[in-house]
Ligand binder design. Structure first.
Ligand code: NAP
Length: 322
């Protein structure tokens, strides 16, 4: 079978002909119909991810076919028995375990969740990792309510867009930030109230004035721009962090955090019950994940480059049948 594997930092990706993955009593072989890129795949290729190993098939998102039905894969492995926290052995499909960028994958049946009927194969492939991350961060960690005014930063991102869709479906007023005015305009068509370019000077002051401040802020950038999020937070606000693309935060004012009674939540992925609830939420609210583009697996270099350059609005998907 064809599989896209990580090899080394110098020559990260090779699309190779490999033997089918080994099966066992609890791991069956499935045909992968479609998969999707996450920023983690890019971080791995850049050597910026913990526990990188050579000759591993990348890819955390995927849809497989089984007995004529389509199933999405929950990419979380070994969450463990505590619903509040993952176990020490928790990992994500696609490093170190072989992932979805392959024609076939061996999986335990408990990783599979039937695709909601309103989603195409490509829309379903766009959902798992982003949906799980956004769902747990918004609803379990930040305890999102319809009355909350929400800010989602970097709206071109896969998780960010899913968070926007989930918060809009909850009835929240949602504002966004982006490096692109076009992406802000597209977010407005999905229900955002408006947004600001985070590339402009003093953008947070304008966004604070336009919106009136935020009860929930969802961010994956961090870095020194994070202090602007603290400035835009209302009293008692919850700030959810799921990434740190812009690095450490060196300029945080403790006074602003305690004076406003803020809570900062870290969150990563989610457990199987979060995944089940996320799929039900998408089904009930007829949410359609945003697909930016669809590539053949053999066009992986163009697809990875699009994500590296931040050109996408939504998920970059691979069609395995082309
Ligand atoms: N902990 C978890 O469970 C988890 C899960 C998924 C992702 N992550 C992490 O979250 C981050 C995003 O992942 P993804 O897969 O959604 O990536 P993605 O689809 O590649 O999106 C990245 C987005 O980050 C935004 N961005 C860049 N610089 C920014 C800044 N200074 N301020 C605000 N936003 C900025 C950009 O938004 P614009 O294009 O709008 O400018 C870009 O589209 C990555 O660091 C990833 O590793 C963590």
């Amino acid at each position: 079978m064809k599989a896209l594997q990580y090899h080394s930092k110098e020559k990260p990706l090779i699309l190779d002909d490999l033997p089918d993955p080994p099966t066992s009593s609890d791991r069956i072989l499935y045909e992968v119909l479609a998969s999707a890129l996450n920023h983690r795949d890019v971080w791995i290729c850049q050597g910026l991810y913990p526990g990188i190993q050579p000759k591993v098939t990348l890819g955390s998102d995927g849809v497989v076919k089984h007995n004529g039905q389509h199933y999405m894969i929950n990419p979380g492995l070994d969450w463990g028995s505590d619903p509040h926290l993952p176990s020490d052995s928790y990992t994500i499909l696609g490093m170190p375990a072989d992932g979805t960028f392959a024609e076939k994958i061996a999986l335990s049946q408990e990783q599979l969740f039937q695709t909601p009927g309103h989603l195409s194969v490509f829309e379903a492939a766009a959902l798992p990792l982003a949906g799980l991350t956004a769902y747990r961060l918004l609803f379990i960690r930040c305890q999102l309510q319809a009355s909350d005014r929400v800010c989602v930063t970097g709206i071109g991102g896969g998780v960010a867009l899913t968070a926007l869709q989930f918060a809009v479906a909850t009835g929240c007023e949602v504002w966004v930030t982006s490096s692109s005015i076009n992406k802000i305009k597209k977010a407005v068509t999905l229900g955002a109230a408006g947004g600001q370019l985070y590339t402009e000077d003093q953008w947070h002051k304008k966004l604070l004035k336009d919106s009136g401040g935020f009860d929930v802020i969802i961010d994956s950038a961090a870095g020194d721009g994070f202090s602007h999020l603290i400035a835009m937070a209302n009293k008692g606000a919850r700030i959810g962090i799921y990434g740190g693309s812009k690095g450490n935060i060196s300029n945080l004012s403790p006074q602003r955090i305690f004076w406003k009674h803020l809570t900062i939540f870290g969150s990563s992925m989610g457990n199987a019950s979060d995944f089940r609830n996320m799929v039900d939420f998408v089904d009930q609210n007829r949410i359609v994940p945003v697909v930016d583009s669809i590539f053949k697996l053999s066009d992986f270099e163009t697809a990875f480059q699009r994500m590296r350059m931040g050109e996408q609005f939504g998920k970059i998907v691979f069609d395995h049948k082309k």
